[in-house]
Design a protein around this ligand. Structure first.
Ligand code: NDP
Length: 297
């Protein structure tokens, strides 16, 4: 048996098409501001993709690039200005920020109604309380991918490995919102293998290359691999490094019913969900009815 591959590129493209169609029905063009501080190469690539895909979805993109040595107070002032600007619907501050800047203080300056990354205290609080709000993008992508295999998650046993603010915790709450039975594991969890073996849906968000082995996976499970780890490539390959997930992919293919590849699984969903959040934020702020954009998540 070989697992079905959950093609995040295809599902993300479908979501982006839905978002673009939704944008065409709106009375005006939503605008997303992306703020990048410094010259981290990975962040530059992410920001370039976000800017490009925002424009492709028919939305206005505002890009603000600041030098790595920008003072925290200046960044906060910039975010506050964008928060007060009625023409801006969504604000994304690309993380990580340079070490001398406190992320929490910057996020506190962000108007929660424009928090398209779903990372402010207000957004996290709404998620915790089960109130409508802007949900974090990567975990939302995980739910959409799981639902592409199992549309009704009610009663499913979901194990989320990782409890970060960015991925693990919100993913657990989003699966709970879908009426799944959720267990959260972390570095102090005992007998992780047994815990994984009990999961109908396994969400790996650890950041350790191929840590989760094939025989940790329950036969027939759905595996959502969030991990992005750069490792040395085998000598026979021309590239020096390659990307792998947190799950031993080749092994998992023989046990799981379905699995997301790395790259091409969860990654593409993150930006697609960001675009959807920008439309949702624009609709909520401007009193427009939000169009349907791929149910789930
Ligand atoms: P963090 O480092 O913030 O969190 C990792 C979590 O894994 C922690 O909760 C940690 O536990 C847990 N952990 C670490 N080691 C173990 C272990 N041996 N057993 C069980 N749990 C363990 O990472 P993120 O959540 O930010 O990211 C996780 C992965 O997802 C990374 O590879 C990252 O690159 C990727 N990622 C991918 C995205 C995408 O778009 N596809 C977006 C964001 C992240 P503890 O809390 O106890 O320390």
């Amino acid at each position: 048996m070989s697992a079905r591959i959950i093609d995040g590129k295809v599902i993300a493209a479908r979501l982006r098409t839905d978002v673009a169609a939704a944008v065409r029905t709106l009375p005006a063009q939503p605008a997303l501001a992306v703020v990048l501080v410094g010259d981290d190469p990975a962040s530059q690539v992410y920001v370039a993709s976000k800017v490009k895909q925002t424009a492709e979805a028919g939305m206005r993109s505002v890009e603000i690039r600041l030098a790595a040595e920008t003072e925290e107070s200046e960044l906060i002032a910039r975010v506050a200005t964008l928060s007060a600007d009625p023409e801006i619907d969504g604000i994304l501050v690309q993380l990580p920020l340079p070490k001398h800047i406190d992320e929490a203080r910057v996020l506190a300056a962000l108007d929660p109604s424009k928090d398209v990354d779903g990372l402010t205290e207000a957004s996290a609080g709404k998620l915790m309380l089960g109130k409508p709000g802007l949900r974090p993008c990567t975990p939302t992508g995980c739910v959409i991918l799981a639902k592409s295999e199992r549309p009704d998650l009610a009663g499913a046993n979901v194990a989320v490995i990782g409890r970060s603010i960015l991925v693990g915790k919100p993913a657990a709450l989003l699966f709970l919102e879908q009426n799944a039975t959720v267990t959260i594991a972390h570095s102090k969890t005992r007998d992780l293998r047994m815990l994984c073996r009990g999961a109908d849906i396994l969400v790996a968000a650890v950041g350790r290359p191929e840590m989760i082995k094939g025989d940790w996976i329950r036969p027939g499970a759905i595996v959502i691999d969030v991990g992005i780890n750069r490792v040395p490539a085998p000598e026979k390959e021309t590239a020096k490094t390659k990307l792998v997930g947190d799950v031993a992919y080749a092994e998992a293919l023989t046990t799981a019913a379905a699995i997301t590849p790395v790259p091409g699984g969860v990654g593409p969903m993150t930006i697609a969900c960001l675009l959807r959040n920008t439309v949702l934020a624009a609709c909520a702020r401007r009193g427009w009815t939000a169009p349907d954009m791929l149910a789930g998540g």
